[in-house]
Design a protein around this ligand. Structure first.
Ligand code: NAP
Length: 320
């Protein structure tokens, strides 16, 4: 089979297509003929070799994808050959013609969800769900700010928060992105590059602030978040790319909580709960990944440049 193989850590160009031996599913494993692989920022961090998750070289990158079950190992009960599925993590990487997974990493892909959309579910919807429900413990009627709503995690968080009965505020850095997040269910949309948007968010909450912030760029925004958070509010830092300085009095004065979250830390039972909710949303139609860009597998290097370099508009996926 063809797969993207990384033989040394480094720039996106270390990803090259190679012919490799296709895996055979052992007991409890599922082999999937892949149709699409999702590209996540974490794939780029791992590729540099500087992330805590450092695979042994050589390795096949990618955590998310979708396709058709080709074969199952003994003891697999929920899936059989021919099933449409999406995956949340794999045993050997998803940027490949075939991926090997544990049964628990495989989920049914409803007929009305495309393979490209299926490849956009795992990490972003898992992170959005765990941030909202697992960490912030949101309640219907609360106000949530999705700070960076135009990308994979942001759109997932907007759709989930809206479906759960929250007042949803989203931000985007481009006009096109802001139109998208409005279509996805945000009640109010602001430009996170505008100088006065934090004041305007306070205005739409009548000065009270937002109950929950799902933060995609903590190093840039945490100080601002602490001015926009309501009393007893929760800020979940999902993304951050550097350091920052905050005034601890802003946390004290509001009885606020700053919570960290990395989906790779989630326990089996937390993941089970998150994907039960996600799978129900895919089935009912409340959750639908937005695909902004499709590239062929051989252009994996370009996909890594794009996800780190350009403004977001939903997900980037590689088609297999
Ligand atoms: P993505 O698709 O590349 O989207 C990036 C998002 O960040 C876009 O909405 C972008 O908005 C927004 N952004 C850029 N500048 C911003 C600013 N000044 N303030 C607020 N938002 C800003 O990436 P993603 O998959 O959604 O992931 C988002 C972040 O979360 C990444 O840092 C990623 O590494 C992290 N993440 C963490 C977990 C976890 O488990 N903790 C899981 C998945 C992702 P515009 O492009 O419209 O400006």
């Amino acid at each position: 089979m063809k797969a993207i193989v990384i033989r040394e850590f480094g720039e996106p160009e270390v990803m090259r297509v190679e012919e490799v031996v296709a895996p055979v599913p052992a007991d409890g494993q599922v082999l999937i003929a892949m149709k699409a692989a999702g590209v996540n920022p974490v794939d780029t961090y791992v590729r540099t070799g500087t992330y805590p998750l450092k695979p042994e070289l050589p390795y096949i990158p990618g955590m998310d994808g979708s396709g058709i079950v080709e074969a199952t190992g003994r003891g697999v009960k929920k899936f059989s050959a021919g099933d449409r599925v999406y995956v949340s993590r794999t045993l050997r990487g998803s940027y490949a013609e075939k991926a090997l997974c544990l049964e628990s990493q495989v989920h049914p892909l409803p007929a009305m969800v495309s393979f490209q959309q299926g490849a956009g579910v795992g990490v972003p919807y898992g992170a959005a769900c765990h941030a909202l429900f697992g960490r912030a413990k949101v309640s219907p009627g609360e106000t949530v700010l999705v700070h960076g709503a135009t990308g994979g995690v942001g759109i997932a968080a907007v759709q989930m928060a809206r479906a759960a009965g929250m007042v949803v505020i989203g931000t985007g850095g481009t006009e096109k992105g802001r139109r998208l997040v409005k279509e996805q269910g945000c009640h109010h949309v602001f430009d996170h590059r505008a100088p006065d948007y934090a004041d305007r968010i306070l205005e739409v909450t009548e000065g009270r602030g937002v109950d929950v912030i799902i933060e995609m760029l903590g190093n840039v925004n945490l100080g601002k978040d602490l001015r926009m958070i309501a009393r007893s509010g929760r800020i979940v830092v999902v993304g951050s790319r550097g350091t920052t300085e905050i005034n601890p009095r802003d946390i004290m004065g509001r009885d606020a909580a700053i919570l960290g979250m990395v989906i790779l830390n989630a326990s089996e039972s937390e993941l089970y709960r998150a994907f039960a909710l996600i799978d129900a949303g895919l089935e009912s139609g409340t959750l639908r990944p937005v695909i902004g860009k499709e590239l062929p597998l051989a252009e994996a290097a370009r996909s890594h440049h794009d996800i780190m370099g350009s403004s977001a508009y939903g997900k980037i996926v590689l088609t297999v």
